[in-house]
Ligand binder design. Structure first.
Ligand code: BMA
Length: 376
């Protein structure tokens, strides 16, 4: 063979293998929509170049306000919306008009579209009621998971719940009629025991079966093709601990964990250490498995430390190749005098620091996220 031919053949082989790699790297849903696959690839590319900042229920309400069009606590403080929007479907399964945090599902659909049209990423959790007893997600009962698996007495009920999830997901559409991609955070915090799907409330095998059943039902029976699936634990102690209930590489796209700082400034150092170390372990596991790492939920309730964002949170995450972080919801002050909020609002103690944090590398809020065109 002459040299020219050799190089021509090598080049063709190279192109073929590039194409093969691109084709092999598909999410758990091989029939996912174009936008969903693009998001999957773009989140992978992003990890290492920037970290998207997200907030639960950001557009619906904040501290001292509810349902004011265009308003967002994050926007009031930074002039920019978050890049990731978290939403919650608890109670959709029982056909309620509002979710467990009083957000009407119809409004939620509009907010989801608004965030997506701006170029933001949507992630959804589901604090589903206990299907065996009808109680809340936080009231486990023996045998709950077994009861909804195929052959179980509540399998039909569970399928009817998934039908409602499928309807909701399929109803999310962008301006051109395309379905809006969603990161579905199934059975979150599954290594804790506070939810009916938690560690002490079912075996690892039952949880894996439930995961497989749920994904296969939505994807193959209901033809829902706009979902990426996120596996997410609470704090964990080791890779083995993290992976005990991992349903397998074919069933997961994003892998992350949730972590909260205890209400104590003296705990700053240990929080930095725990978060930093857990992210290191997560990155190793996800790079071995070709998954997208993310901090799926975090917070320090009331953020009482005025420099927490730049002196605690940023140092802990800065060097990590994770795609996004999601701060939990700004529920605000309750009649009991208790409060719940995880990002500052205008005038809050950590607001000026959060504004600084917004400008620092590697953080990405909406304006920069839009430039990345995550769906193209
Ligand atoms: C919890 C709290 C609750 C809320 C639930 C589901 O962490 O924020 O107030 O109802 O999440 O969103």
């Amino acid at each position: 063979m002459i040299m020219k031919e050799f190089w021509a053949i090598s080049f063709v082989l190279f192109l073929v293998s590039l194409n093969a790699i691109a084709q092999i790297d598909l999410p758990a849903d091989k029939k996912a929509t174009r936008e969903t696959i693009n998001l999957y690839h773009n989140l992978k590319k992003l990890a290492g170049r920037g970290i998207l900042f997200g907030h639960q229920d950001d557009l619906a309400y904040g501290v001292g306000w509810k349902y004011i069009p265009g308003k967002s606590d994050i926007k009031e403080v930074t002039g920019d919306y978050p890049a990731v929007y978290g939403w919650e479907l608890g109670r959709i399964e029982i056909d309620h008009l509002e979710n467990i945090d009083s957000v009407p599902f119809n409004k939620m659909k509009e907010f989801i579209r608004e965030g997506y049209e701006r170029g933001g990423v949507i992630t959804i959790s589901w604090h589903a009621n206990n299907p065996l007893t009808g109680n809340t997600a936080w009231q486990p009962a023996p045998g709950t998971v077994a009861s909804i698996l195929p052959g179980g007495e509540k399998n039909d009920l569970y399928k009817s719940w998934l039908d409602r999830i499928a309807n909701f997901m399929q109803s999310l559409k962008g301006a051109n009629g395309e379905q809006i991609p969603v990161i579905f955070r199934l059975f979150h915090e599954l290594n804790g025991s506070w939810f009916w799907w938690g560690r002490k409330n079912c075996t690892a095998d039952e949880l894996k079966q439930l995961w497989h059943f749920t994904v296969a039902y939505l994807r193959d029976e209901k033809n829902v093709h706009n979902l990426l699936y996120a596996y997410n634990t609470d704090r964990f102690t080791s890779a083995d601990d993290y992976l005990e209930r991992y349903p397998g590489d074919d069933w997961v796209d994003i892998a992350g964990f949730d972590i909260y700082q205890a209400h104590n400034v003296a705990k700053n150092e240990s929080f930095i250490q725990d978060l930093d170390q857990s992210l290191t372990t997560l990155e190793k596991m996800t790079s071995e498995r070709n998954k997208i790492p993310a901090l799926t939920e975090f917070g320090y309730n009331g953020v009482p430390d005025s420099s927490w964002w730049t002196s605690v949170f940023l140092p802990a995450i800065r060097s990590h190749k994770i795609a996004y972080v999601l701060a939990w919801r700004n529920a605000g002050f309750k009649a009991s005098g208790q409060y719940e909020y995880y990002v500052p609002f205008k005038g809050q103690a950590s607001a000026a620091d959060f504004s600084k944090f917004h400008d620092l590398s590697p953080m990405i809020f909406q304006k920069k996220a839009s430039e990345f065109a995550l769906y193209k």
